[in-house]
Design a protein around this ligand. Structure first.
Ligand code: SF4
Length: 391
């Protein structure tokens, strides 16, 4: 039986410049009502596939863009159709400027983990990213959540923003560590085709016409490198920022447990960890993916078509290829795989990958002991290349 749920709320106040997720800026109230009605029906239809729910992740989009009344409906529907374990981890993403006292109260009632979309504290870089809200809204959101007894609060940050120096990044990290946070996700900016930021960057060589992006002395990367996060080809600049995150956050008690994720002791995101380790889950909402241990399927990234019942896109691959894929995803974690756990989860012995594993060990990208196999630091940085060799 499935014990993990992902819920995609595809609505946002506006579209951020770098956003490549499926999200609808300024939706009509009719669209939101129809979305909530279908979510309720989908919950009802799928609940028989699930046992006791151990984790729920409500992401987006911006879940807290929903009004308090609508957020309450979503939570009530979820809790009425599924049996949620008393110890379940219930995470919700929240953009600080959309949080109100009423929503914080609801979150405290139904959820126990909040991830704040901060991205940067620096107004200049927030503007480049197209983030709404102010620094005041971040402080207000944290005091509303803390005041309602929610202590498990984390945030997302972005680095390698055009024009951002190492000192700018250090400043963002220090500001984050000054907040009462338990978890920090730090992602390298990837400028994806089709985003507003990609359009703006392609108009000029090194700067956006209104001088938002400066080619300053600390940032002499050519435009092509600005377009790559380390998950593509790691460039020196991203690596330095990645290393800085690890050392600075480490000094404040945050340990890296996945390529881009850091937490205080006891505050790893249980939901995401289980997904990286290939556990089964059901996803609800447009663009949401599900995995039943064998096949993966993804709902259509189109609200209207999803509302009309469009079939999801299903990815069926051989059991061995799926096991390889699960192995690769688990290698995103700092701990990597205990061999016995991989066998238990996939039914495959890691010996099926012996040839590739040997090569990767020779390249110093993987480390192996009798019981465990994991990426070296270099392997984490070059995870994409490791993945390519293994799948
Ligand atoms: S808030 Fe998140 S999902 Fe919404 S537009 Fe911005 S980056 Fe995209």
């Amino acid at each position: 039986m499935i014990s993990r749920l992902y819920i995609h709320v595809p609505f946002c106040a506006s579209k951020c410049g770098y956003c490549a997720f499926y999200s609808i800026p300024c939706p009509s109230s009719v669209s939101i009502d129809r979305y909530l009605e279908k979510m309720g029906n989908d919950f009802k239809d799928s609940s028989r596939l699930c046992g006791k729910i151990e984790s729920v992740f409500i992401g987006g989009g911006t879940p807290t863009f929903l009004s308090a009344g609508n957020l309450g409906k979503l939570f009530s529907s979820l809790f009425s159709h599924f049996e949620i374990s008393a110890s379940a981890e219930i995470s919700i993403e929240c953009n600080p400027e959309t949080l109100t006292a009423e929503k914080a109260d609801l979150i405290a009632k139904f959820a126990n983990r909040v991830s704040l979309g901060i991205q940067s504290f620096n107004p200049k870089f927030r503007k480049i990213l197209g983030r709404q809200g102010s620094l005041k809204s971040i402080d207000k959101a944290i005091s509303l959540l803390s005041g309602n007894g929610i202590s498990n609060i984390g945030c997302d940050l972005i680095y390698a923003i055009p024009g951002q120096s190492l000192d700018d990044w250090r400043d963002d990290l220090e500001k984050a560590t000054a907040l009462p946070l338990k978890h920090i996700s730090a992602y390298s900016l990837t400028v994806e085709e089709g985003t507003l930021l990609s359009e703006r960057m392609s108009n000029v060589e090194y700067r956006i016409s209104n001088d938002e992006i400066k080619h300053n002395t600390n940032d002499r990367r050519p435009t092509t490198l600005l377009r790559q996060g380390f998950e593509g080809q790691a460039d020196d600049y991203s690596i330095r920022m990645w290393n800085l995150a690890s050392s600075l956050l480490g000094k404040h008690g945050f340990r890296r447990y996945e390529i881009s994720n850091y937490s205080k002791r006891g505050y790893k995101c249980r939901h995401n960890l289980e997904i990286w380790y290939g556990d089964r889950y059901l996803g609800f909402g447009p663009a949401a993916s599900s995995f039943d241990g064998k096949k993966r399927w993804t709902n259509i990234s189109d609200l209207e078509k999803w509302l009309s019942g469009a079939e999801p896109d299903t990815d069926i691959i051989s059991p061995e290829k799926r096991a390889r894929e699960i192995f690769v995803m688990g290698l995103r974690t700092s701990h990597g795989w205990d061999k016995i756990f991989f066998l238990h989860r996939t039914g495959f012995d890691l010996e099926i990958l012996r040839k590739e594993i040997r090569q990767l060990i020779n390249m110093k990208l993987l480390l192996e002991t009798g019981e465990n196999i994991r990426c070296s630091k270099k392997g984490l940085l070059l995870w994409n290349e490791v993945a390519e060799m293994l799948i």
